[in-house]
Ligand binder design. Structure first.
Ligand code: GMT
Length: 378
């Protein structure tokens, strides 16, 4: 039997798919008996209960007047080095190449310990930062000097080779959901509380409302759907585009059909009252929210972008449409919402796919095997 490991995890701890995945991974690994040390700027937001084998090490950045910019990256690397030495870690798993992989490489050198560094690419580190020539070399360095590199979809691997051209194998390890949490729950009372009538279909969109999420496309598609079917749209999350979205909802006279719910926990309850998820992004390396919705039996319509087609099985669990093709999205949504047999079939197939391909047990084991393989190779 393989020995239990001492693992450092660094991520962006605030709301966002990568933070969710890193935190859930830490929790699952702890449940399997490994000792987990989160090293980040604040407590990962999903870490809600006590675990005897999860520790949190906060990175503090001192503000000295000599610095125009506070040196977070150096503070993180120093904290990582301190934890690597004091806790005698076997490996550090960082989420995001920039700055985390580069900080881990520096920390390894500072600590003088022969630990392994695993980097997981989540998307925007490649698909956005990868276009900035001033960062390409740093991203490539972070990838090449890591001992092992994973990415959350095959599409992201291709994009990484196209944009960054690293001389390094990258393994696809999909994101996962904890099916103990993401399952259909009885939250029908919420419909009543939100004033959703029984005959109304519920469409949901969850994101950080950045422009890459193309939320205006969601609103425009919903406008067409609501002309044909009584429906409500739940908008969950918040972000820079929110003002534009509110204006568009007003302009299209949809105010009484759209519920702005802001940032929410317990998303499984909202998915459980939803009939359809729309994820119409122009960049999306995976689309964790689509998977969460599917696990709760909600079919998804997404764009043919990045990793979305690896998550949505087109014509089986939902549909994959052209970017910006509002007519295609709304027509497919209307057909699906009007056909209760088809909807039931897609819903059941969504749950099965989430369980079979993206279950926590399956994916967490893939990470564990990857760790042991790297450690075995010395
Ligand atoms: O999508 C975002 O804006 C947030 C970003 C993040 O840092 O969490 O999400 C990225 O990582 C998620 C987890 O792997 C993926 O599900 C998202 O698709 C990916 N976002 C993009 O590629 C734009």
């Amino acid at each position: 039997m393989n020995k239990k490991l001492k693992i450092g995890i660094t991520c962006y701890p605030t709301v966002g798919g990568s933070g969710v995945v890193a935190t859930e991974l830490g929790k699952m690994l702890a449940e399997k008996g490994h000792e987990i040390h989160f090293i980040s700027s604040s407590l990962p937001f999903r870490l809600k209960r006590m675990y005897h084998n999860i520790f949190y090490h906060q990175v503090d950045v001192n503000q000295y007047s000599v610095f125009q910019y506070a040196p977070y990256d150096i503070a993180l690397a120093s904290k990582m080095a301190e934890v690597i030495k004091r806790e005698d870690l076997d490996l550090v798993h960082v989420h995001y190449a920039i700055p985390h992989a580069v900080c881990a490489i520096l920390a390894k050198q500072m600590s003088g310990k022969d630990i392994k560094i695993v980097t997981t690419l989540h998307g925007t580190d490649i698909t956005v930062l990868g276009y900035d020539p001033s960062l390409t070399d740093a991203i490539r360095f972070g990838i090449e000097k890591s001992d092992g590199v994973t990415a959350v979809s095959n599409a992201l691997i291709s994009q990484t080779y196209d944009l960054i051209k690293p001389d390094k194998p990258i393994k696809a390890v999909y994101n996962f959901i904890d099916e103990r949490v993401y399952q259909k729950t009885d939250s029908d009372y919420l419909k009543e509380e939100y004033g959703i009538r029984p005959e109304e279909k519920v469409i949901i969109h969850v994101s950080n409302f950045r422009s890459v999420k193309r939320v205006p496309d969601v609103i425009k598609a919903f406008a067409k759907i609501a002309k044909e079917i009584p429906a409500k749209l739940l908008l969950v999350g918040d972000g820079p585009e929110m003002t534009v979205i509110c204006q568009l909802v007003n302009d299209l006279k949809l105010k009484s059909n759209v519920l702005f719910l802001g940032k929410q926990d317990n998303l499984e309850e909202l998915y459980s009252i939803s009939d359809l998820m729309l994820l119409l992004s122009e960049k999306e390396s995976f689309g964790l929210v689509a998977l969460e919705a599917m696990a709760c039996g909600v079919p998804c319509i997404g764009t043919n972008v990045g990793g979305i087609p690896e998550v949505i099985d087109d014509g089986e669990t939902g549909y994959v449409c052209g970017l910006g093709d509002i007519d295609e999205v709304s027509q497919k949504a209307i057909n699906l919402l009007k056909d209760s047999n088809l909807h039931r079939k897609f819903s059941a197939q969504s749950i099965s796919l989430a369980k079979e391909v993206f279950s926590a047990e399956r994916i967490v084991s893939q990470y564990e095997e990857f760790y042991y393989e790297l450690l075995k190779n010395g």
